[in-house]
Design a protein around this ligand. Structure first.
Ligand SMILES: [Fe+2]
Ligand SMILES: [Fe+2]
Length: 439
């Protein structure tokens, strides 16, 4: 059995590490908030063979303190450093984000010499234990949760039903250390847990990579929640938080290519890249078009955020035309859904409190069809200036994502000039062309 020590002062990050290490790698996990406590724990637990930490926690040089201790006690231990640091890349494993479960699990498994085969073949009991305190960060579970009583497992929480808070704290107060989910639910539960942490975590406490991971995971969660619950207090609060988070991430990015590179490094999915880069382009356009104002920028960012909110995954999000839809390898039901996604998004936005004026119509018509159903190559002459800006911005962003770092702005603008040849497009195309001046 392997034991990992997590040194992390942000509770949600600690929980994220704990659930993933526990479920995927199957190791024991001990955690604490800084090097001082870590050293006490290391003294008591000679079996610890992996430490996961940041180089610095608050003002403490955590990694230095830990490596000094290990050296003095002549002890060898693998260390994974989360976030950017200048420490040796040979001596330590570096991972840029603590919120990328896949990278975290792979790095931990490698450090502990656990192979993918071993992880896959691990014998798992029918009822899989999860530390009870981890449930304190959830309001409900996506599968049934059990307690062990004698030889039996009794359901304490049903799936998708809010926990009775006193039931959970009552169990913990009575020293219940473990709750259980069915063996086949454990990975689904862990993904759900990761999304819930991403929805709750304070973005300001994270590094840039972590912010993108948190936003992407919580966007996935938001889409599922809107599909299930529609617009309610909770989905509004989450949408607002993610909208602000994505517009701030766009504002902070030094250039569009820098943003693209970060998203590529982070292995962000198509849909998230699409909305996040659109946020950047919206800001740039409204800062550079003579009729652009703060109000118009907020409007365009709102549209960028919500227009594809009804789509369910990247395969659906990559469909931009009737011919893409025809070719797509998805069920007929899904095709119907994609066809209607603009109309659905407009309906969602119509229920959203304080949505900027006029966004509903632009969202409904963002694929050129008046009623929001299907895709049209021909945009009506009566289309509003804001709708034109959005259509062009989307075209530009999709080309950028498809070419990646090889993106050539001149070629793209040339193509777009042929497609959008009338006078009313010219100024927007000029502003779009100016966007990649900085690398
Ligand atoms: Fe889109
Ligand atoms: Fe769309």
């Amino acid at each position: 059995m392997h034991t990992t020590l997590i040194v992390e002062n942000l509770p949600h990050l600690e929980e994220f590490y704990r659930i993933n290490l526990h479920t995927w790698v199957g190791c024991e996990v001990i955690s604490c908030e800084d090097a001082k406590f870590a050293i006490e724990i290391l003294n008591k637990h000679p079996e610890i063979n992996l430490i996961i930490t940041k180089a610095k926690i608050k003002t403490e040089k955590t990694l230095d303190a830990l490596t000094d201790y290990l050296k003095e006690s002549q002890r060898d231990c693998n260390i994974i450093i989360i976030g950017d640091s200048l420490y040796s890349k040979e001596k330590y494993t570096h991972i840029p984000s603590g919120l990328d479960a896949k990278v975290l699990v792979q790095a931990a498994a490698r450090a502990l010499n656990v192979t993918a085969k071993e992880m896959a073949q691990k014998v798992v009991p029918d009822f899989f234990p999860i530390p009870a305190t981890l449930f304190l960060s959830l309001e409900e579970s996506n599968c049934q949760v059990y307690i062990e009583q004698g030889e039996k497992y009794i359901e304490v929480f049903s799936a998708h039903t809010p926990f009775e808070p006193s039931t959970l704290t009552g169990l913990i107060n009575k020293n219940t250390e473990l709750l259980y989910v069915k063996k086949d639910d454990r990975l689904k539960f862990t993904s759900f847990y990761n999304e819930e942490i991403a929805c709750q975590i304070e973005l300001v406490k994270l590094n840039t990579n972590e912010v993108f991971n948190a936003l992407e995971l919580s966007q996935e969660s938001l889409q599922k929640k809107i599909a299930k619950l529609g617009i309610n207090q909770k989905t509004i609060a989450l949408a607002q938080r993610n909208l602000v988070g994505m517009s701030q991430a766009a504002k902070k990015a030094p250039s569009i290519m820098h943003l693209l590179k970060k998203l590529l490094e982070n292995k962000s999915g198509y849909q998230f890249k699409h909305s996040q880069i659109l946020m950047f382009v919206s800001t740039h356009l409204m800062d550079n078009l003579d009729w652009g104002t703060d109000e118009q920028r907020v409007k365009l960012q709102f549209i960028s955020f919500f227009h594809d909110i009804a789509l369910e995954d990247d395969i659906q999000a990559m469909i931009h035309s009737e011919s893409d839809l025809k070719k797509a390898d998805i069920t007929l039901e899904e095709k119907e859904h994609v066809k209607k996604h603009a109309q659905l998004a407009a309906t969602i936005v119509s229920q959203y409190p304080n949505a900027p004026i006029g966004v509903e119509q632009i969202i409904k018509q963002h694929h050129g069809s008046i009623n929001g159903i299907g895709f049209s190559e021909h945009y009506s002459q009566n289309i509003s200036p804001m709708a034109i800006v959005f259509v062009l911005a989307e075209d530009f962003v999709d080309a950028l994502i498809q070419s990646g770092e090889k993106f050539d702005v001149k070629t793209q603008i040339h193509k777009m000039k042929e497609k959008y040849s009338t006078q009313r497009f010219r100024k927007i195309l000029e502003v779009l062309e100016s966007i990649t001046i900085q690398p």
